[in-house]
Design a protein. Structure first.
Ligand SMILES: NC(=O)C1=CN([C@@H]2O[C@H](COP(=O)(O)OP(=O)(O)OC[C@H]3O[C@@H](n4cnc5c(N)ncnc54)[C@H](O)[C@@H]3O)[C@@H](O)[C@H]2O)C=CC1
Ligand SMILES: CCCCC/C=C\C=C\C(=O)C/C=C\C/C=C\CCCC(=O)O
Length: 261
């Protein structure tokens, strides 16, 4: 898929990985809807992106992805503004082991809602022209992090759901590809959550263990994640792909053994 004049919706698009992805899409002349909970950060982000890429290419929509009605409206507003939808990045995510129900709601339930809404706007099943969905997981899905059980569970769930839906899309001829991105540690405000008792709950006592892990594995820049994201979007041969990005190996793919009979 070429990015020129494509329309993308990015949840959690106002900062961190989502913002870097939005920038990369705008650089490639796509139109972008930044869908984010945080009004101040979202408006500031739009202002900067307008200065860099010109007004009219990017909109900010304040929305809690956990609010089904607001998320539905965000999709509709994007299509009303830009006329269509081609790319959906379900990226919004939190790290909260204390309010772990919220973590499941934002990281997994809302991503599932975002995927179904994306299909309503892009799938041939609904008479639309096709597109691509990228769901953001984490390298946490491949580790057994004893200090982050619910975050880890949601990121495992993202992979399972997305690969099953990728198969459904292929079998049902939706014209939509669904891929997964799994970054290791990235230099964004989310990383600071490991210092907060409000986020970590009883696991806060392991914050030094986390810091050692971060030191051991290194920290990626959001622009490196955006580079991987663009490959997942543009490579039309990729469906059900699980891309990993780490400091040691860079951009690479998880391989799955074929099931034996
Ligand atoms: N930073 C890291 O080390 C890694 C992050 N990830 C994943 O990447 C994704 C993005 O993370 P970062 O950019 O690091 O986080 P971040 O905290 O820097 O940015 C997340 C954005 O999502 C927004 N957001 C949070 N809850 C929301 C909600 N309910 N509705 C709408 N927007 C909401 C925030 O306002 C923020 O703008 C997340 O899914 C995260 O789990 C994956 C691997 C590593
Ligand atoms: C593990 C504590 C993280 C706390 C939450 C904040 C940020 C989230 C980060 C992630 O999602 C990434 C989590 C784990 C992966 C880290 C490194 C794996 C690298 C493996 C390798 O390089 O081979």
């Amino acid at each position: 898929m070429a990015l020129y004049r494509k329309v993308a919706l990015v949840t959690g698009g106002a900062q961190g990985i989502g913002r870097a992805v939005a920038e990369a899409l705008l650089k490639n002349e796509s139109k972008v809807a930044l869908v984010d909970l945080n009004t101040k950060v979202g408006e500031d982000c739009k202002k900067v992106l307008d200065q860099e890429f010109g007004e009219g290419n990017c909109i900010f929509i304040q929305c809690d992805v956990a609010d089904r009605g607001k998320l539905k409206d965000a999709f509709e507003t994007t299509v009303e503004k830009f006329g269509k939808l081609d790319i959906v990045i379900n990226n919004a995510g939190i790290n909260n082991e204390k309010n772990w129900e919220k973590t499941i709601e934002v990281n997994l339930t809302s991503l599932i809602k975002g995927t179904y809404l994306a299909l309503e706007h892009m799938s041939k099943e609904y008479g639309k022209d096709g597109g691509v969905i990228i769901n953001v997981s984490s390298m946490a899905a491949f580790l057994h992090s004893p200090h982050q059980p619910v975050y880890t569970a949601t990121k495992h769930g993202v992979i399972g759901f997305s690969r099953a839906m990728a198969d459904a899309a292929e079998e049902g001829d939706y014209g939509v590809r669904i891929n997964v991105l799994c970054p290791a540690f990235v230099d964004t405000p989310l990383l600071q959550s490991i210092e907060q008792e409000d986020n970590m709950g009883k696991f806060i006592k392991y914050k030094d263990v986390f810091k050692e892990k971060i030191h051991k594995y290194g920290v990626l820049q959001p622009s490196q994640i955006a580079e991987g994201m663009l490959k997942l979007i543009t490579d039309s041969g990729l469906n059900g792909a699980v891309m990993k990005i780490t400091c040691s190996k860079g951009i690479h793919f998880h391989t799955y053994e074929p099931l034996s009979a």
